[in-house]
Ligand binder design. Structure first.
Ligand code: SF4
Length: 245
């Protein structure tokens, strides 16, 4: 190809690329979500516990767990475009973002927000209550899926098919308030190990103030369970009822 033609073809590609990027940018200005809060804190509820992380808490939840500590996220919030959220996230200068709630998958633009953050180079965690299908969420995202136990009062809402789409990057979370919850969690885990080949990290968290971590640790060791004991770190670090942590 003659040099002049090569240069003009190259210019067309660059122009098209810039045009596509601008269209994508405008598109993100018109896609909005209801956001309860965006803050920077320490991750507390997965194998990422202890890492500084930006949290995007989305408004609304379809469940009413007995131990819920984020009731303020049921309705309170402001509308923000994906573009606004990206700009706010960038101010914290941290490469790990967690999308949480409420229940993030209750809003239809959540998968697009996650996909866009991943494309911008962020590591993204999403914490979901396990009642929605997670398969629409980009598999590059680490999906932390709650399995609701009897003590929550919402165990009948688990969307069991999620167990079949988990990848090795994803994690399960069981918030355990007592022996009945533990036995239910142990039964789910047994089913998972029997029927699903993927090795997903299972976090067993003693419900803060309800179950002594030592007791849960003893049960796990007694039963030789291959699970991760996860203390709800944010509850240990920060004063109770403090928001934005
Ligand atoms: S799923 Fe989470 S936010 Fe919703 S009620 Fe349960 S604990 Fe609260």
């Amino acid at each position: 190809m003659p040099k002049a033609l090569r240069l003009s073809t190259c210019r067309i590609f660059i122009k098209n690329d810039i045009r596509q990027k601008s269209v994508a940018h405008i598109f993100l200005r018109y896609k909005s979500l209801k956001v309860n809060e965006i803050f920077y804190s320490i991750q507390g509820e997965s194998s990422f516990a202890g890492w500084p992380c930006i949290f995007v808490r989305l408004t609304g939840c379809n469940l009413r767990c007995s131990y819920c500590d984020t009731q303020y996220a049921y309705d309170e919030g402001r509308d923000a475009s994906i573009d606004d959220i990206l700009r706010e996230v960038a101010t914290f200068r941290c490469s790990l973002v967690e999308i949480t709630g409420g229940e993030p998958l209750r809003q239809e633009e959540t998968p697009l927000l996650i996909h866009t953050l991943l494309d911008r180079g962020y590591g993204v965690l999403m914490e979901t209550n396990g009642s929605f299908d997670i398969s629409a969420v980009d598999p590059r995202c680490i999906r932390i899926v709650d399995v609701k136990l009897p003590g929550s009062g919402e165990e009948h809402r688990n969307y069991w098919n999620n167990l079949n789409v988990l990848t090795e990057r994803d994690e399960l979370k069981f918030v355990i308030g007592g022996r009945k919850d533990y036995e239910y969690a142990r039964e789910v885990l047994g089913r998972l190990q029997r029927d699903v080949s993927v090795k997903t990290v299972a976090n067993f968290s003693p419900l803060y103030g309800n179950l002594a971590p030592q007791l849960l640790a003893e049960w796990i060791l007694e039963d030789r369970l291959a699970v991760r004991l996860n203390l709800q770190l944010h509850k240990i670090i920060w004063p109770p009822d403090r928001r934005g942590v």
